[in-house]
Design a protein around this ligand. Structure first.
Ligand code: SAM
Length: 295
């Protein structure tokens, strides 16, 4: 029976183990049963699923996952939490495995192969906010079997992930996420649903991995280098941002010619362009490298 959604029970466990919150690990534990129910519903967890949870903390969300999924594998970096999880809060569940590791160092392909015979898993987490973006990007970029990612993130990060071209939140993260996944905001969560309270509002966002990317490009690497260049210097025109990028070696003339060929204004800024336009530009410049051996 899940009990940790109750703040009194959370305090009892924290006191019992003299637990000290580690700011460096982004520890904000959930203390709201409605939010926990919403996460389970948004992730559409069934008894068929294996769930990979990142950062179980004292096991609050993990208890809910154990009750709804076939199997849960929870990866927690803080070794002080492992005995609490194994000996206390998750002791009554026989469908959970706790691994003490840094999620950014785990070979997810190997993990899914070993724990779920290589079949797709669902990722569910209340993410540590100090490394939200690296974790989400690593989940999306690693080619491992995955059905969906349902995660609690800062509201501001969720806004950036789903932002459209020409809006203030739009940037490299929007394009990187939308290239690989469809986004859906499942809930807005205020600071008082956590202990300790974070300084910012949060959102539960669901990312459903796309079967195929929305644009087919000759070089993903080149397209994302151009996207990074465009948003590293977002006040500059695209021509200047790309021509000045240390990651790229295209002249102003080459970039201007590519813009003209793609039917984009010569003084356009990256913040107005979507994946289609970045894809087109990157293909034009990629072909140029092929023909001339340089930019
Ligand atoms: N899931 C719990 C909950 O909802 O109450 C805790 C969520 S708390 C926001 C984030 C958790 O991630 C913490 O337990 C923290 O120790 C853990 N964590 C932080 N960095 C991590 C990493 N690199 N790998 C695995 N876990 C990490």
């Amino acid at each position: 029976m899940a009990t940790l959604g109750d703040p009194k029970k959370t305090i009892e466990i924290l006191n019992k183990y003299h637990f000290v919150f580690q700011k460096k690990f982004g520890q904000n534990f959930l203390i709201d049963t409605h939010v926990l129910d919403k996460i389970i519903r948004a992730a559409e967890i069934t008894k068929e699923d294996m769930v990979l949870e990142i950062g179980p903390g004292i096991g609050t969300l993990t208890q809910y996952l154990c009750e709804n999924a076939r199997k849960v594998v929870a990866v927690e970096i803080d070794k002080m939490l492992i005995p609490i999880l194994k000996e206390d809060t998750l002791a009554e569940y026989d469908n959970v495995e706790v691994i003490n590791a840094d999620i950014l160092k785990v070979d997810l392909n190997k993990l899914v192969e070993e724990k779920n015979e290589g079949k797709p898993v669902k990722v569910v987490a209340n993410l540590p906010y100090y490394i939200t973006t690296p974790i989400v990007m690593s989940l999306l970029e690693q080619d491992f079997p995955i059905k969906s990612i349902t995660v609690m993130v800062q509201k501001e990060v969720a806004d950036r992930m789903k932002a459209e071209p020409g809006t203030p939140d739009f940037g490299a993260l929007s394009l990187a996420v939308q290239y690989r996944a469809d986004t859906y905001i499942a809930a807005n969560v205020p600071p008082n649903c956590f202990m300790p309270r974070p300084a910012v509002g949060s959102c539960v966002i669901r990312l459903a991995k796309k079967e195929e990317p929305p644009v087919k490009v000759m070089s993903e690497t080149l397209m994302f280098k151009m996207i990074r260049a465009a948003f590293n210097q977002r006040r500059k025109t695209l021509v200047n941002a790309i021509a000045n990028s240390p990651e790229l070696s295209f002249s102003k003339e080459a970039v201007t010619a590519a813009l003209v060929k793609a039917g984009i204004r010569e003084d356009e800024r990256g913040e107005k362009l979507g994946l289609k336009e970045f894809g087109e530009l990157s293909d034009i410049l990629f072909q140029r490298i092929g023909q001339k051996g340089e930019g």
